[in-house]
Write a protein that binds this ligand. Sequence first.
Ligand SMILES: [Zn+2]
Ligand SMILES: [Zn+2]
Length: 336
Amino acid sequence: MSNGRNGGEQTFPEEQICTALAQGTMPTDAKGLVGRRCPRRECGKYFKLKPGTGLKGDVPCHCPYCGFRGDSDNFWTHDQKEYVKAVAMNHASQELHKMLKRCEFDYKPSGGFGISVSMEVTGSPQRFHHRYRERELETDVVCDRCTLVYAIYGAFAFCPDCALHNSLTILRKNLEIAEKLLSLAATQEREVAEHLVGDALENIVSAFDGFGREICRVAAPRATSPSAAEDVRFQSLVGARRRLLKLFGFDLMLFVSNPDWDFACRCFQKRHLLAHKMGVIDEEYVQATKDPAAVVGRKVQIRPEEAKRLTDVISQLGEKLAAHLIPPPPATSPRS
Ligand SMILES: [Zn+2]
Ligand SMILES: [Zn+2]
């Protein structure tokens, strides 16, 4: 479907929307996505999805931000409703014009005193216009489970089709980026390589922190203190473990082997040194990690193999944590 442009505003030829309406679809943006809006008054946020991807058939729609589930016909945007109204008015006006045209007549006078009577319909049907443009959003997502292509503000969301939360997808994407940094480091001189490995380590910790906070936010209603659950941080594994135990009653450490847990805790401490101490070892690090290679005042060493191993441990930890806190919703089947 091609979209015309007029003065920077995207418009859709009327025949297209008529066809789209007849087929139960709406015109799309340049990437093939169509806008939607959460009908829940407290939310009302905008997102887009790509028709033809995701679940087949008449399935309910889920708001990616608040998870509200409703009939997909309730998710049209204000602009789309106005556009449909304009198209309907144009159609009605055209039909009326055609009908009046059919009623034209012209009676000629008969005899010397006859009167001529005629009616001619002039002019053209009234045109109603409503142009709109779908908005630009921040993150494009492809659902891991149902393959729906959708776009959102922010990074985390529920899939509008199958309601799967994308937190694990985002974590995996970030871990892949960290691995790419490590591959790049292998081709660089020592100083640059050290920076890249340090960046990879910081990215892994930040990715897990963002992921952990989000799933705690989603699972907060089930916590012993929902407000405290919305404020759990994951930059320290030891601290996160303590809070999860208190709020949700499970032990994060048991999701991986003891050596992997100790290893990950040490890596997170190294990240703390990089972020706050210019990478220089302090007493706190030595106490927390019992790292036999650590010397106070020296720069902490991070080997690329360590960062690589950390991506594997965090991937495992993330998968189990997500399964525990936000298990995937049951598969949505089309309505009969
Ligand atoms: Zn919503
Ligand atoms: Zn999905």
